[in-house]
Design a binder for this molecule. Sequence first.
Ligand code: ADP
Length: 393
Amino acid sequence: MKLMSVNAGSSSLKFKLYNMPSEEVICVGIFERIGQSIGKFEIEYDGKEIERDVEFKDHSVAVSYLLDSLIDEGIVKSLEEITGVGHRVVHGGEKFSASIKIDDKVIAAIEEVSELAPLHNPANLVGIHAFSKALPHASQVAIFDTAFHQTMSPETYIYAVPYEWYQKYGVRKYGFHGTSHKYVSLKAAELEGKNPNDINVIVCHLGNGASICAVKGGKSINTTMGLTPLAGIPMGTRSGNIDPAIIEFITTKENKSVKEVTDLLNKKSGFLGVSGISSDNRDLEDAVAKGSVRAQLAMDIQDKKIADIVASYFVYMGGCDVLAFTAGLGENSDRMRASICNRLSALGVKVDLERNNIRRKTTLISADDSNIAVYLIPTDEEIMLARDTFELV
Ligand code: ADP
C-alpha cells in the first residue's frame, strides 16, 4: 500500500511516499517558496535527484505538479495506487488525543483551534484541501503535534491564572513536537529491550524550535512548550519562559505594542537575542572559537535551562531510565550533549566522550557506569505520519 506523509507550511510543502507496512521510502521531496515568483521543487527517488525552479501560484498547483511528476517519472503508474495521505497538523486543541481520518467535522474542528496556531493550522488545512481535491479516492488522515501530550494531568496543564481563561478561551498548556517525542520514546524503549509501558524516558527535541518531554510508561506527563511554541526553554530565536512582566515593561520603555514585543520574543530572542550574532548553533560555535563571550553565554543559558528541566522531570517521574537527544542540535552537537550531561552529574549521568563523538546516528553515548542510559536518536516524524495513516486506512 502506498501512503504519502505531508507537512504543509505557509510557503512550503514536504512530502514522503512510503510503501507500507514495509516502510520502504519510495520518494521524498519538498516545495519551497510557494506563492512567490520563483518556487523550488526537489524530489529524490531511486538514487536520482531532481531540482527545478518553477512558479507555484498556490499549494493546489504544487500538489498537481507533484502528482503529475510521480506519473511522468514512473514513480507510480496510476494515482489510484496512493490510498492514503497523512497530514501533520500542528494544533489539535483538546479535541484530538489521537490521529483521525479527516471529514468535514474534523476540518471544522481544526479551523476552530486555528486561532491558537494562526501561522500553522491554516497552512496545514491548505495542504489537506489540496490533496483531498487531487486524490479524492484516498483517505486523508490528520496527525496532531499536540495529541501525544493530551495525557498530561490538570496540575500540569492548567496555568495559575484566572480559571475562566481556560474555560472561555482554552488557555492551558498543550505542548508540541508530540510526534517526535512519541517516536523517540518508543525507539528508546526498543533500544533498551523494554515494553514502552515499563520505561521512563526524557526526550530533548533540540532544533531551532526546542522542547523537552517526560514520557512515563509511554505517556507524555509533562512538556516544556505551552499554549504556544514560544514557551519553555530558550531556542534559536524564541525566548522560552520569561517573567511575564517584562512584556509590559518593554512596551513602556520602547513605546511598542504588545504584539511587537511578542514578535521580538518569537523572532529576535533566544540564541539570536543573547549573542547578537545568529540563531544558528553552528555560527555560535564559530563565534565562540573566535572569542565571543555573548555567543558562549547564549549557549550556556540554553544548556542550563535544559539541565534544570531534565532534573525536575527526573524527580517528578520518580526516576528515569533513558535521556534521549534528537533534532538538529540534539543529533549534531556533541558539545551541547556533553554540556547538558555534565550539568546532570549529580543524578549519576555520565557521558562517554568517545561514544558522544558522533552525528545523526542512533548511538548509546553514556558511559557503562552511567545511572541513566543516554542516547542520540535521530527523529523521524514522517514515518509516524505514515504509520498512523496506515493504521487508520
Ligand atoms: P527546526 O526546528 O527548524 O526543524 P533543526 O532541527 O533543523 O531545526 O535544527 C537546527 C539547529 O541544528 C541549528 O541551530 C543548527 O545550527 C543545528 N545544527 C545542524 N547541523 C549541525 C551540525 N552539524 N553541528 C552543530 N549544529 C548543527
